[in-house]
Design a protein around this ligand. Structure first.
Ligand code: ADP
Ligand code: MG
Length: 695
């Protein structure tokens, strides 16, 4: 149960005065639906209204709060309503005009009555020697001076939400911030000179000068640390839970592996060999394996996975490989099926599309145990799928699956070992954030014989050159990917762009042009992919459905349209589809100028390198961690306050802190443990608390 002290923060924003459904929708857009979401919506700037000079002493361009008498109103002449409405004001040193465009005269007469004294705050301008202030931010009577903020934090806004309105709402939200028991080690807090959580939140929302907005200030670092600690404790709890369930050692005599290696037309790279060794050692242990296999696209993860699966089979047990999409599942199957056949092993394939009799036979085979290997999608953990003795679950492209789904598959066996594969090169800092203390094997080399990819950037107005290059490549017998951009707002628009490009290319190159996109039926998609891999399709126009995993070694040219719309990591993934054979490959990044600074750097990094880890680091630098990990669907932790580009140094201490904490107090029962529970709730990592009880 969520601690009572947090109730006011986890109430909807509509529980705040002045917030109805309309405003709540705007708040949800910028921050979220709950009061606590507002606390994490930090100011991005500061308006300082403390400067209160006399009119004559207010320099042009300064932000000033003036105490003035209202002298006279000058509405625009009736025949020229577009001219501004001016109100002449004065103090003992001079005069200033308050200037209003499209003014409502009655409103101005009321707020600026002639003969009265008012405080006005805004930017001082000069109009032909006459001081003026256009649309003052504040006009208040002297007795209401309190309502004029001296220091006004600036927040990210959205259409329909003004700073003034948000400022008031923020005030109400901040008034609810409770004092919570300290969850950090007091010695550490003292050493860093950090404020308490409550003081930190208040300080961040009430900056006193611009320096207070910097991410390296104590209150911000404190909150970043809190968030990282919450996430590390949560990861550690999940991991401890995983570890606490007894494993079953899978030894294996190596016979099948030896046969498989002999059947491969190539020899393993040394990092592939190391990875297989790591996995074998893990699987032979009584503890459950939880290992990440990280390798750039094309680094050869599938064969490593297959060898790991053979370890399970050698010990008389079963193994399953789960991929996030149908295409990927079939792709793995294409690699694995011939090898399995060479070894005389049966292979079940279960995707959303496999129905009826064939499916039933496979399910029965898995339940009886005479099918030792399974490949599939989410369909693998449907209720009626049972294994006689599942020893190993390999999960590909893990970031698309949630922790929950991972657990579902491992629940299909007892003490199931888990191997997670990801092609997303994750900078080391982020790896810790995303996976905590998972054991990692990295495939750092490309298989031998690969040629580097020649990457070029070309503006869209030179598309004709691109088509000509494509024509030449076709003559050489190349296969070509032509990727159309994914414009997030509308899938229909993306599709239209891809369809149009397909038509244009088909007019020129005829039947050799195929089209594949996300909305196609599985079988239709497979037919096109097969046509591209082995048949008469030489140019494959695609939306980003080909992003991950697809393996057609004969493809040596890739055109990416509107490359500037893609993220760096995404472009790298795409490009990884080519350069998979011993023939040289070319990647043409077609962009629509003019390019912004970031887009330009992104494209030039791709021209410079195809080292996925370097690209990932650059991506982090260019975008900040938020975007790299970004989208909620990615399953990566979503940090609200911690910016790993800036606070990455806090990650390792947070991990150590979490580890120590759970060593001393594994059930979070002590006073500090209780405070840590509050922290987990505060940062919505409380699903992990479940594992305290069941573990
Ligand atoms: P990943 O899944 O890591 O992107 P794949 O497992 O799909 O990479 O492998 C890409 C291609 O490289 C496949 O065609 C595979 O058969 C081949 N391959 C894998 N390992 C090697 C190796 N050691 N030497 C040569 N080719 C390899
Ligand atoms: Mg793959």
């Amino acid at each position: 149960m969520r601690p009572q002290a947090l109730f006011p923060l986890f109430a909807p924003t509509t529980s705040l005065p002045g917030v109805g459904p309309r405003i709540a929708a705007l708040l949800e857009h910028i921050a979220g639906p709950k009061v606590v979401d507002l606390l994490w919506h930090l100011p991005t700037g500061l308006i300082d209204r403390r400067f209160a000079p006399k009119i004559a002493e207010a320099p042009e361009g300064s932000m000033a709060t003036l105490r003035v008498s209202v002298e006279r109103h000058h509405p625009p002449p009736p025949n020229r309503p577009r001219l501004p409405y001016k109100v002449r004001c004065s103090d003992e040193t001079g005069t200033i005009d308050l200037v209003f465009f499209n003014a409502r005269a009655d409103y101005l007469k009321k707020s600026l009555p002639v003969g009265e004294v008012r405080l006005v705050s805004g930017k001082v301008e000069d109009f032909n020697g006459q001081p003026q202030m256009t649309h003052p931010d504040y006009v208040v009577a002297v007795e209401d001076a309190e309502s004029l903020p001296r220091l006004e934090p600036v927040y990210g806004l959205t259409a329909g939400l003004t700073l003034k309105v948000l400022g008031k709402i923020m005030g109400a939200a901040l008034a609810r911030v409770p004092a919570l028991a300290e969850w950090l080690d007091p010695a550490g807090v003292a050493r860093e000179g950090w404020p308490s959580w409550r003081e930190a939140v208040l300080a961040l929302h009430r900056p006193e000068d611009h320096a207070d907005l910097a991410p390296d200030r104590a209150p911000r670092r404190r909150l970043a640390y809190d968030e990282l600690l919450a996430s590390q404790v949560a990861l550690a709890l999940v991991r401890a839970h995983h570890r606490s369930l007894p494993g079953q050692p899978s030894g294996g005599d190596g016979a099948l592996r030896a046969k498989a290696l002999a059947a491969l037309p190539y020899s393993l790279t040394s990092s592939q060999r190391d990875a297989v060794k790591d996995i074998a050692v893990d699987m032979a242990k009584g503890e459950r394996m939880l290992r990440l296999l990280q390798g750039d696209v094309g680094s050869g993860k599938t064969v490593v996975a297959f060898l790991a699966m053979l370890i399970a089979v050698e010990s008389g047990r079963q193994a399953a490989l789960m991929a996030p999409t149908e295409i990927l599942a079939r792709q793995h199957m294409a690699t694995i099926a011939p090898l399995a056949e060479a070894l005389g092993l049966k292979l079940a394939v279960l995707t959303g599309r496999d129905k009826g009799k064939g499916r039933r036979a496979m399910i029965e085979g898995l339940a009886r145990g005479d099918i030792p290997l399974a490949i599939g999608t989410h369909a693998l953990f449907q209720e009626d799928v049972e294994f006689r003795d599942l020893a190993l679950a390999v999960i590909d492209e893990q970031h698309r699956f949630g922790v929950h789904e991972r657990l579902m598959l491992t629940a299909k066996g007892k003490g199931v070992d888990v191997l997670v594969m990801t092609a997303t090169p994750i900078p080391r800092t982020l790896q810790l954030a995303a996976y905590g203390d998972m054991d990692v094997s990295r495939l750092t080399e490309k298989p031998a014989g690969r040629k580097p990819i020649d990457t070029r950037t070309i503006p869209i107005d030179r598309l004709e050159e691109v088509t000509a290059a494509v024509a030449r490549a076709l003559e050489r017998g190349a296969k070509i990917y032509w990727v159309c951009p994914l414009v997030e707002e509308s899938e229909a628009v993306d599709l239209a762009a891809a369809t149009e490009r397909h038509a244009a290319l088909a007019r020129r190159f005829g039947e050799r042009v195929g089209l594949v996109h996300g909305r196609m039926k599985g079988t239709a998609k497979d037919a096109v992919m097969a046509g591209f891999a082995e048949g008469g399709i030489d140019i494959l126009v695609a939306t980003t459905v080909i992003e991950v995993g697809v393996d057609v070694p004969a493809a040596t040219v890739m055109v990416v349209e509107q490359a500037e719309r893609f993220g760096l990591a995404q472009l790298h993934q795409l490009r990884g589809r080519i350069g998979r054979s011993d023939k040289p490959s070319t990647c043409l990044l077609v962009y629509r100028g003019p390019l912004g600074e970031t887009a330009r750097s992104r494209l030039s990094i791709l021209r410079e390198t195809d080292d996925g880890f370097r690209i990932a680091e650059e991506d982090l630098r260019l975008r900040g961690s938020g975007e790299v990990l970004g989208t909620r669907q990615s399953g990566f932790p979503d940090f609200r306050l911690a910016d790993l580009g800036r606070h990455g140094d806090l990650l390792a201490p947070a991990r150590d802190d979490a580890r120590l904490l759970l060593e001393r107090d594994p059930s979070l029962a002590t006073e500090r443990g209780q405070a840590i529970r509050t922290l987990l709730y505060l940062f919505e990592r409380d699903v992990a608390i479940r594992y305290l009880r069941s573990g």
